[in-house]
Design a protein around this ligand. Sequence first.
Ligand code: HEC
Length: 106
Amino acid sequence: MKKLPLLTLVIAGTLTQTGLAGEPSPERQIALRNMLNHDCGACHGLTLKGGLGPSLLPDALAGKPDDYLITTILEGRPGTAMPPWQPFMNRDEAAWLVGILRKPKL
Ligand code: HEC
């Protein structure tokens, strides 16, 4: 009988990890936002308005397809300073980041 609550927790945990149409877990969202601020910001500017890399603000990304941006994040751009982030995030997470970038900041 004592096993039941633990099992329920494990199942609930698995569902929150995978159930929400590819949305990263809350912990992972925090980690990805930190990555955006620190790692991406190092090249794209602290406020992402551009630096060594181009602006990633909503206006700059408007008209560029999701797939194009997601692939750029995952694979980088050979011959440029944009590195591949595949080792650090999956496609769902890159797609989520593109969604964040497209949202106007408060
Ligand atoms: C070492 C520097 C560097 C870092 C770190 C970096 N980028 Fe870039 N990024 C670039 C450069 C340079 C380009 C432009 C490549 C080109 O000339 O096509 C670019 C291009 C992009 C583009 C395509 C923009 C467009 O308008 O086509 C996206 C999206 C992007 N980066 C996202 C990210 C994200 C998200 C991160 C962090 C996970 C990141 N970058 C980290 C240098 C960097």
